[in-house]
Design a protein around this ligand. Structure first.
Ligand code: GLY
Length: 394
């Protein structure tokens, strides 16, 4: 009798696991197909205009020029979709929209060169290893380094606003390109800057529970001028995408350095996010502390970044129970994002895949809309979960 019970439980567990996995696989495959069709439609629409889709708001497609922080994600979306499907026209348009970003390599007006160049040219390099592509990335890394002040030990994020020397947590995402540049050139300068930046961010941006401030500003002597927010609900709140950027950023820093302190910190952040997000579908409110909760908007982009980061993190932890928990949480997010609640009907939603993201709620800008980077991290998470190679599927 006991043996029969064990057998039944084991069979149910295996069957349950299998049906969850196949539901997720099916959801991701549908998402990848829909995203590919949508981005091809926008690629045809914007071909040769030197404009890049960012969102769809008030019934209109919103596009940006090459110097907007989001300009590289559309090419990145095309490259990811190409890696996942092998559709030739995706490669064609990915090359086109990547090429239109070339001048960004010399841009020094803000810190987002990693997003702009590493999500576009970086993806092209990953697939084709072309020398001229490599040079663009190295040049962009050099431009980003001009924003590093060695006395302060941080890369300056913005040149606008009330702060003396603002550094936002999002900036961690730009470090991946610096690690890459050192590996490509053998010159440790880029990597040293990335590590200095990561260390000082770790020191000053975090609260004891693992949550983070959005903006820390520094005095000229390197001491902290202020800690607060720009895009979040309040200085002391947890802006959802900021939390996701830090999880992704420190997971990546561990991958690039092998330094256990980054792994420990990524796990601390993961624990915080998984405990603080209260929604049943695991898509966070745009800020965890908005008093309007449960009527506050969700942020699918934060969820997509979190899912992608947790999938990577789950591969680094030795404790099997924790690795499984991270992976399961990422899967829960991806199942939610792949559902009708978050995935748009074809040709709807400005041809973007995911609905319900928030860019800048305090300015009431891009609230409950699609965002090009939400699709990017969803596709990246899908590729990580499906375990696809960097070479396109054929
Ligand atoms: N880096 C800007 C944002 O996450 O909205």
């Amino acid at each position: 009798m006991k043996r029969l019970t064990i057998l039944i439980i084991a069979t149910l567990a295996i069957h349950g696991c299998t049906s969850r996995e196949s539901a997720l696989r099916e959801g991701l495959m549908k998402g990848i197909d829909a995203a590919s069709a949508g981005m091809l439609a926008n690629a045809r629409l914007l071909y040769g205009t030197e404009r890049f889709p960012r969102t769809y708001e008030n019934g209109a497609l919103v596009t940006v020029d090459k110097y907007d922080w989001t300009s590289g994600f559309f090419a990145g979306d095309l490259w990811l979709a190409y890696q996942l499907t092998g559709i030739d026209s995706l490669e064609y348009y990915a090359r086109h929209f990547t090429g239109e970003l070339k001048e960004v390599k010399d841009f020094t007006g803000h810190h987002d060169l990693g997003f702009m160049i590493y999500c576009s040219y970086g993806k092209q390099w990953e697939i084709f290893h072309e020398q001229e592509v490599l040079q663009v990335i190295i040049d962009a890394a050099g431009s980003l380094c001009t924003r590093f002040n060695p006395g302060i030990g941080q890369i300056r994020s913005w040149d606008f606003g009330k702060w003396n020397y603002p550094v936002i947590v999002d900036n961690l995402m730009n470090l991946e390109m610096l690690f890459f540049a050192s590996k490509a050139t053998g010159d440790d300068r880029y990597r040293d800057i990335a590590i200095a930046h990561a260390d000082k961010t770790l020191q000053n941006h975090f609260r004891p529970d693992g949550s983070s401030y959005h903006v820390v500003s520094y005095n000229d002597d390197g001491s902290v001028e202020s800690k607060g927010t720009y895009q979040g609900w309040s200085d002391d709140s947890s802006w959802a995408r900021g939390q996701a950027w830090t999880l992704y950023g420190f997971t990546m820093c561990y991958r690039e350095t092998g330094d256990e302190k980054y792994l420990d910190h990524a796990r601390h952040i993961a624990g915080y996010i998984m405990g603080a997000v209260t929604t049943a579908d695991k898509i966070p409110y745009w800020d965890y502390n908005d008093p309007a909760i449960p009527d506050a908007p969700r942020d699918a982009s934060a969820a997509a970044v979190t899912a992608s980061a947790l999938l990577e993190l789950s591969g680094y932890v030795k404790e099997k129970k924790d690795a499984r928990a991270y992976r399961r949480y990422a899967e829960d997010i991806l199942l939610s994002l792949s559902s009708k609640e978050y995935t748009a009907a074809p040709a709807d939603n400005g041809n973007f895949l995911l609905k319900h993201s928030v860019s800048h709620k305090p300015l009431n800008s891009e609230v409950d809309v699609p965002l090009v980077y939400a699709d990017y991290y969803y596709l990246e998470a899908a590729r990580r979960w499906l375990n696809y190679d960097t070479k396109p599927a054929k």
